[in-house]
Design a protein around this ligand. Structure first.
Ligand code: SF4
Length: 326
């Protein structure tokens, strides 16, 4: 485990979107997507965040840097400073410290701007460099992410998926952030390109002391890059531990099922797959008690009544939310 100095601290974060208008009065029901999530991210580490599509992991990442306009409650502190209550104007200056890399780099790049113009725009918006100084910095950024500096005048459509993700990473690095939320950064890429981008992220972390929240649904990728891993289910963290500990001793039945689906690298080796019943329920159909109980292979009658708390059992940072351990 790396240096345990808190960079980000999240306490009881809840994120709701307004739902469709309904009823005679036309009121709309709030749709809770993140339901009271608490965790820390330590300086220099990668915290992996995993779970099925729709579990709220991307919404959580976006809410941390105020993307979109959901209703967000709870407390967030960055470098010890409470930032959940600050106004949007003040928050904008914090954006230099907290950046995001997106799943679809093509969708997040302006097709009418060359890579040079894209990076220059970031430098100008944040008043970091202009003119010749900006050009020097852009060339430096292209070098850092492994793109040929001759590509400076090319447009997004002239690049491959992996190269576009490198541009997305260069754009995030342009403001010299401390914390980067990587939202499924390799899931749209070919497997051979995935490892290049993951290794680039690891190298940048080592060289620049970056801290990552790495959101993904591929557990093998998350195991490779993460120091710790948090597992999310229906808007809640159900287990969090050091990566090695979590993959060796998963405690939550949901984590066990997810891990059982990873193919075994040893040819011919058999692994028992744990199949879950049904699909992930929608946020408006939140089950009573433990939210996982309708799909849990070891649920008891009590699981329909009581909500388990995320608790540590052995003083090793491994926390789990399951009544089996309470
Ligand atoms: Fe399964 Fe019950 Fe544990 Fe929930 S609390 S994960 S339903 S055993």
């Amino acid at each position: 485990m790396k240096d345990q100095v808190e960079l980000l601290s999240v306490n009881d974060l809840r994120v709701c979107f307004s739902g469709k208008k309904s009823g005679i009065m036309g009121g709309s029901l709030p749709v809770p997507v993140v339901n009271g999530v608490s965790f820390n991210v330590y300086k220099g580490e990668t915290l992996g965040l995993v779970g099925e599509s729709g579990c709220g992991k991307t919404t959580l990442g976006r809410a941390l840097i105020r993307l979109g306009s959901p209703v967000v409650t709870g407390k967030v502190a960055f470098e010890g400073r409470e930032i959940s209550g600050i106004g949007n104007r003040e928050f904008r200056s914090l954006r230099k410290e907290m950046q995001m890399i997106f799943q679809d780099p093509f969708g997040s790049l302006n097709p009418r701007l060359t890579v040079g113009q894209t990076l220059e725009e970031v430098l100008l918006v944040h008043s970091l460099a202009r003119g010749e100084a900006a050009r020097k910095r852009i060339v430096e950024l292209l070098d850092v992410v492994g793109l040929n500096r001759d590509y400076i005048n090319r447009y997004p459509h002239e690049f491959s998926g992996g190269q576009r993700q490198r541009i997305g990473i260069a754009r995030a690095l342009a403001v010299k952030p401390k914390f980067i939320i990587c939202d499924e950064p390799v899931s749209a890429l070919d497997v051979s390109i995935q490892s290049q981008i993951i290794n680039l992220l690891k190298d940048l972390q080592r060289d620049m002391g970056l801290t990552y929240l790495f959101i993904a649904h591929d557990l093998s990728v998350v195991e490779y890059i993460s120091d710790r891993v948090a597992v999310m289910y229906l808007g809640k963290i159900v287990e969090i531990a050091d990566s090695t500990e979590l993959y060796a001793n998963p405690e939550h039945p949901y984590t066990r099922a997810l891990l059982s689906a990873i193919p075994n690298p040893e040819f011919g080796a058999k692994k028992e797959r744990i199949l879950l019943n049904g699909d992930l329920p929608g946020p408006l159909n939140m089950p009573s008690g433990c939210p996982f109980h309708p799909r849990c292979p070891v649920a008891t009658a009590e699981c329909k009544q009581r909500i388990p708390k995320l608790q540590e059992r052995q003083n090793n940072g491994h926390q789990v939310a399951c009544l089996l351990y309470e």
